[in-house]
Design a protein around this ligand. Structure first.
Ligand code: GLA
Ligand code: GLA
Length: 679
């Protein structure tokens, strides 16, 4: 992993650092910065992310002196630089000269300058200025000894993914003509016979701007695909310049794999970076830690199980949630190490020093307003030491679990479109509930993009896998026929890649595989909470399920409500495999509602927890391997101490972090242990 300078014994260290914004501070503060960085064990910082206005004060005018000095200072102190291309936030002179680069919302409002990321991904004018800057940065710093990686832009699409401007309209047409080849094919795919929408000329096609009624759903879905691709195109354009100047320096851009970021299909982007990096911020609420683990896990899935780079998270509070609570004791280290457990080989924060001014002055940092004499900075220094002990883990891949959860951006986008049976469905929440159930049962699971190779998995859960092209249906059916155990839910298998319903009864593409048929989907009103025969209450959805094949067993039935007596959960035995259908939202009364069904499926597949009974649910286990070495990460998810008796499980281990005494790992509240496990 780049960004990790090698230590004396030539064992790579885990990267540790932050976004560093020295331009916000007088020069004398920089010396204190590097001294504190050394104290904390910082190895890498991201520089110049929001420096465009400083680097290019006016068209044709450049000021690199301060950045030269910062690069040299960091290098002299042994700190590597992940150097931004600085294109994230265009300077005021640019948008004054070219207001036509400003994004336009669905309702026709301009996003004005004054914040950041005020640019259209498809603007040829913006592209020209941005690449001029990248050219200047790459030309100047390609050979600088501090440079360890290039950081393209910043969080592409964070604020500007949805642009409905005329530039976007033109680029959308080009994208569509490449996708469909002809207007006839587009008209067929978009189902334009409906509501008199037939297009006779490409110029008639627009982004799905504010309309009198629901815009065409396939147009909406394609616009989401296009918007993700447009940003990816920007990434590729910057990368091409960087490659030309510095062919051996790796290029990355920080993804935002987290619950509230829907716009970018990162599974598709992964091939465009030399290593995957991610930003993650914990959300308040009971499932916050689970969501962190889920996102880290999915980032690993996107990286194909290879190590990745945690580019940003927070030492404590953020400033953009409704209430920004500081982290509690132990959470700084636990959150960071949970990312490492899932494959991060670098742990970086936004940001190094908390800003005194600006919109993020209440966002935590490694050095807070309180200064180095603070619990946050002491926790940072402690974590730096802990990461130092994890050098043997660097480069380790994640060990393949026996179970997987499929995650699919097309299904995320399409299942939450308007004009649907229910506007209450949340794709990510359903996936997260299944993940929480795996955590509760103490069973390891990989979260992977839907296109992943499933060979090697015994159980695959595909929650709300809504968009199912024929080849995906065939691939899943073949995997089940081969002995795989599939679980899928309500609103899965409903449409093809064009968002056209599979006909003949739901769940269309999976009907034969599941051996069930639903004539009409039946979402529930908010106050409807039917009970199942085992006492669980469910919600959101209650498909009237008919069993239409032999070998289908009813695992749970409705005890009351409109579907009383009918199946809610079914399992179809197929050869040595099985296909389970969950026609309702088991997690409606809390994620625990999912666990009972998941346990049945896992038992049927012979997949068990590797943790001792008493640790299940309280402790998350993840495993990384490098060559013959196997590392177990044990993360205490609770606020109380937990003992993990490994000897009882026949596991022999020595601790890199934490302690093993008489075969027992004593985890403190929110504590983490990392073990090298003997085979
Ligand atoms: C109105 C319209 C129809 C159809 C229905 C749907 O009645 O005239 O075309 O859209 O609403 O409820
Ligand atoms: C994002 C950005 C950072 C900063 C953080 C704050 O991740 O990339 O510049 O705004 O959010 O949480």
């Amino acid at each position: 992993m780049p960004g990790a300078p090698r230590s004396a014994d030539d064992v790579a260290a885990l990267g540790f650092g932050a976004d560093y914004n020295p331009e916000q501070w007088p020069r004398e503060v920089w010396d204190e910065d590097v001294a504190l960085m050394r104290e904390a064990g910082v190895t890498v910082v991201s520089l110049a992310i929001f420096s465009w206005a400083r680097l290019q004060p006016a068209p044709g005018e450049w000021d690199f002196g301060w950045l030269d000095e910062a690069m040299d200072l960091l290098h002299a102190n042994g700190i590597g630089v992940d150097l931004a291309t600085a294109t994230a936030s265009p300077p005021p002179w640019l948008t004054r000269l070219h207001p036509e680069v400003l994004p336009v919302t669905r309702t026709g409002e301009t996003l004005w300058p004054g914040a950041r990321q005020q640019w259209r991904p498809t603007s040829p004018v913006f592209r020209r200025y941005a690449l001029e800057l990248v050219e200047a940065m790459a030309g100047r710093y390609a050979d600088h000894p501090a440079l360890v990686a290039w950081h393209v832009n910043n969080e592409l699409g964070c604020h500007n993914v949805w642009d409905y401007s005329d530039d976007a309209a033109a680029a959308f047409r080009t994208w569509l003509s490449e996708r469909y080849g002809s207007l006839d094919a587009l008209n067929a795919a978009w189902g334009t016979a409906f509501w008199s929408q037939r297009y006779g000329d490409w110029e008639e096609i627009l982004p799905p701007r504010l309309a009198a009624a629901h815009p065409n759903p396939t147009q909406q879905l394609d616009f989401k695909r296009f918007s993700s691709d447009a940003l990816r195109d920007h990434l590729r354009a910057e990368r091409a310049v960087l490659r030309r100047h510095a062919p051996t320096v790796p290029v990355t851009t920080n993804f935002m794999v987290m619950a509230h970021t829907t716009g970018m299909d990162y599974a598709a982007w992964a091939g465009d970076v030399d290593f995957v990096s991610n930003d993650h911020y914990v959300h308040p609420g009971p499932q916050g830690p689970d969501e962190l683990s889920f996102s880290a896990n999915l980032t690993s899935g996107i990286a194909g199980g290879e190590p990745w780079f945690l580019m940003e998270h927070s030492t404590s509070a953020v400033n953009w949630q409704p209430v920004n609570r500081p982290k509690r004791a132990g959470e700084l280290a636990r959150d960071s190490l949970t990312h490492v457990a899932h494959g991060a080989d670098a742990v970086c924060y936004f940001q190094w020093r908390q800003s005194a001014a600006g919109a993020e002055k209440y966002h935590s940092a490694m050095v807070p307003h309180a200064g180095a004499d603070s619990d946050v900075f002491r926790a940072v220094v402690d974590l730096g030491r802990t990461l130092g002990r994890l050098a043997p883990v660097v480069g380790a891949r994640r060990e393949h679990a026996r179970a997987a959860i499929l995650f699919d951006w097309d299904s995320w986008w399409a299942s939450e479109l308007d004009s649907h049976p229910s506007d209450r469905l949340r794709y990510h929440r359903e996936a997260l509930d299944w993940y929480s159930a795996f955590l509760a049962l103490g069973v390891r699971v990989d979260v992977v993009p839907a296109a992943s190779d499933l060979a090697g998995y015994d159980v695959v859960v595909a929650p709300v896998l809504h968009v199912v092209p024929a080849d995906l249906a065939a691939r899943l059916a073949a995997w089940v026929a081969d002995g795989g155990h599939l679980v899928t839910t309500y609103f899965s298998g409903i449409v093809d890649e064009h968002d056209h319903a599979w006909l003949g009864g739901y769940p269309g593409a999976f009907r034969d595989l599941l051996g069930v048929r639903v004539q009409e989907m039946a979402p529930l009103l908010d106050d409807e909470a039917p009970r199942l025969d085992d006492g669980r209450t469910v919600g959101l959805w209650a498909d009237p399920v008919d069993v239409v094949a032999g070998g289908v067993e009813v695992l749970s039935a409705y005890a009351d409500g409109e579907q009383a007596g009918r199946p809610a959960v079914t399992r179809h035995a197929v050869g040595h495999g099985s296909a389970t259908y969950v026609g309702t939202r088991l997690g409606a009364a809390g994620p625990d509602g999912v666990a009972a069904t998941l346990r049945t499926v896992l038992d049927g597949a012979g997949v068990r927890s590797e943790l001792p009974d008493r640790a299940r649910g309280a402790v998350e286990l993840t495993v990384r391997t490098r060559g013959a070495a196997t590392f177990w990460f044990l993360v205490n998810r609770t606020d109380a101490p937990v003992d993990v008796d490994l000897a009882g499980e026949g596991v022999r281990a020595e601790a890199l972090v934490g302690e093993v005494a008489d075969g027992v790992v004593a985890l403190s509240a929110r504590g983490v242990a990392v073990l090298r496990v003997a085979h």
